[in-house]
Structures are given as C-alpha cells and as structure tokens.
Unconditional design. Structure first.
Length: 64
C-alpha cells in the first residue's frame, strides 16, 4: 500500500527501513525523520506522516 504519494513510499518500504535501522542501532529510538532519510527521501506535503508513524511504531514494537 502506498503511504506517501509524494515520494511513492509503501508500507513495506517503511517496515524495511525500520528493520534496517533496528539492526544498525538496536538500542536507539527510531524517528520518522531517520526512516525517511534511510529511504533517501524527505516528507513533502506531510499528509502521510500520521500513517507512516503508525507503521513505524507497529514495526518497531514487533522487534521489542
């Protein structure tokens, strides 16, 4: 499912970025800014952020 239409970022892209960040910094808190940076993007209009954060948090919670 496309979460960010401006950057064409899917929920799977966000999950993969969170997994990558968890692997590289397992004890650090992950931010949505780091997720977008890992994907080589920046939020543009911001309408995706609520959903992107929910996906990020659900993925991060699975790793705890």
């Amino acid at each position: 499912m496309i979460v960010c239409s401006c950057n064409v970022i899917t929920d799977q892209d966000i999950r993969q970025a969170v997994s990558k960040l968890n692997a590289s910094q397992p004890n650090d808190m992950i931010t949505i800014s780091q997720v977008y940076k890992t994907l080589g993007q920046r939020p543009k209009c911001g309408s995706c952020l609520d959903n992107a954060i929910k996906i990020m948090l659900s993925e991060a919670a699975l790793k705890v």
